[in-house]
Design a protein around this ligand. Structure first.
Ligand code: ADP
Length: 360
C-alpha cells in the first residue's frame, strides 16, 4: 500500500513539475515576445475586442501619446476625446490610415488577432513626409523658375531664324531649338507630376465621353506618327468615365504617344475598350518593340527607360508613365502592362465600376 501511495505521490509530483515547466515556458515565451515587440521600430498596442488597452510598447507610447502605466486597462476611447482618430481606429477598416496627433503624422493599422484581441500598429512618418514634401516643392519650384528663361531663349531662337545665317549656323540653331523644346517638355512634365503628387484627394468625377476621349487620343497619335503607322479605334463602350478630363486625356494620350514612339514605321496601334470583372478596360495595343519581362515592373518609375537613346530620340522625357500611374491612382484605377519583347505591348487602364456610367 505504502509503495503505491508513494508512487502516486511521485506521479502527481511529476505532473505538477510538468505543468510548472509548461507555465514557465509560456511565461518565458511571453517575456521574449514582449521584448521583441519592445525593440520594434513600430508602435504596437494590444487591445481586447472591446477596445480595452492590454499592453503597449514604448514606440506606441510615443506615437500615440499614451502612458504604459496609467493607460493600461482603459478603453482607448477614453484616451482620445477627439473624434477623427477614434473614428479611424474603430472603423473596422484594416488598411493603412493616416492620422495627425499633436502635429505629428502617424500611420496606423488595426488588425484583429483571433477572436479576443485587436492589435493597433503605428508608425511616425512625420520626417519622411516632410522630406517628401521638401523634395516635391523643390522640384516644383526649380521647374517653375526654369519656365521664364526657357521662354526667353525660345523667343530669341525664333527671331534668329530670320537672320542671314549660313547652312551650318542654321543647323546649330535648329539643334538649340530642339533642346530648348525638350527642356520645356521636361519642365512641364515635372510640374504636372508634382501637381498630381500634391493633390492627395481623389480625382473629380466629371462625366467624360469615352468615344471623344479615345478618338481624340487617336488623332493626337496620328499627328505624332505623321502617317507612318496605322492607328485605329476599335471597340468603344457607350459610357462616360467619371473623372478629371485633363488628367484622363493626358493618361490616354501618353499611352498612344508611347505606342507610336516604340513601334517601328508601318506598325499598327489599336485603341479599344471593354468590360471585365474589375471594371472598364481601355487598351492601347501596339505591335512594336515590346518590353523584356524584367523591365515591365520598372517602366512606371521616373526616368526609367529601357533604351535611353531611343527615348530621347523620340522626344521622351522619361516621365510619361509615371504621370499615367499617378493619374490612375487618383482615379482608384490601375495600369496593367502586357508586353513581349519584339512582339509588342498592350497597356491597359482598368477603371473601377464606380468611375464609369452607362450612357442611356
Ligand atoms: P519615355 O519618355 O522614355 O517614353 P515613359 O515613362 O513614357 O518615358 O516610358 C518609360 C519607358 O517605358 C520608355 O523609355 C520605354 O523604354 C518603355 N515603354 C513605354 N511605352 C512603351 C511601348 N508602348 N512599347 C515599348 N516600350 C515602352
Amino acid at each position: 500500500m505504502k509503495a503505491s501511495k508513494e508512487s502516486r505521490d511521485g506521479k502527481e509530483g511529476k505532473e505538477e513539475k510538468k505543468i510548472l515547466k509548461k507555465f514557465e515556458k509560456a511565461e518565458e515565451k511571453e517575456v521574449r515576445f514582449k521584448q521583441t515587440l519592445r525593440a520594434l521600430p513600430d508602435g504596437v498596442v494590444l487591445m481586447s475586442q472591446d477596445w480595452e488597452i492590454q499592453w503597449l510598447n514604448p514606440m506606441a507610447e510615443r506615437d500615440l501619446q499614451l502612458d504604459a502605466v496609467a493607460d493600461i486597462g482603459k478603453k482607448i476611447h477614453t484616451c482620445y476625446p477627439d473624434g477623427d482618430f477614434l473614428n479611424k481606429v474603430t472603423s473596422g477598416d484594416d488598411t493603412l490610415q493616416t492620422i495627425t496627433l499633436e502635429g505629428r503624422i502617424i500611420e496606423i493599422r488595426v488588425i484583429s488577432a483571433g477572436s479576443k484581441y485587436r492589435i493597433l500598429v503605428t508608425r511616425d512618418v512625420t520626417e519622411q513626409k516632410r522630406s517628401e514634401d521638401f523634395r516635391r516643392d523643390f522640384v516644383a519650384n526649380v521647374s517653375h523658375e526654369l519656365r521664364t528663361p526657357l521662354t526667353v531663349i525660345k523667343g530669341f531662337l525664333e527671331l534668329a531664324e530670320d537672320w542671314p545665317l549660313n547652312s551650318q549656323q542654321l543647323k546649330h540653331l535648329e539643334l538649340m531649338y530642339e533642346q530648348v523644346e525638350r527642356m520645356g517638355a521636361l519642365v512641364n512634365d515635372l510640374l504636372t507630376l508634382s501637381r498630381l503628387e500634391r493633390d492627395s484627394a481623389p480625382a473629380a468625377k466629371e462625366p467624360i465621353d469615352l468615344t471623344a476621349l479615345l478618338t481624340d487620343a487617336a488623332v493626337d497619335g496620328r499627328f505624332i506618327s505623321q502617317g507612318h503607322h496605322s492607328i485605329v479605334v476599335d471597340h468603344i463602350e457607350k459610357v462616360n468615365i467619371l473623372g478629371d478630363i485633363i488628367e484622363m486625356k493626358s493618361a490616354v494620350t501618353n499611352l498612344v504617344s508611347n505606342a507610336v514612339r516604340y513601334t517601328p514605321q508601318e506598325g499598327s496601334i489599336v485603341v479599344s475598350s471593354f468590360f471585365n470583372d474589375e471594371g472598364l478596360v481601355i487598351s492601347v495595343k501596339d505591335n512594336g518593340i515590346g518590353i523584356a519581362a524584367d523591365a515591365i515592373p520598372r517602366v512606371t518609375e521616373r526616368f526609367y527607360r529601357v533604351d535611353k537613346s531611343r527615348s530621347r530620340e523620340t522626344g521622351g522625357t522619361g516621365l510619361g508613365l509615371a504621370i499615367v500611374k499617378h493619374v490612375l491612382f487618383r482615379h482608384q484605377a490601375r495600369l496593367k502592362i502586357l508586353s513581349e519583347l519584339g512582339k509588342g505591348s498592350d497597356f491597359q487602364i482598368i477603371l473601377p465600376k464606380d468611375r464609369v456610367e452607362k450612357i442611356v
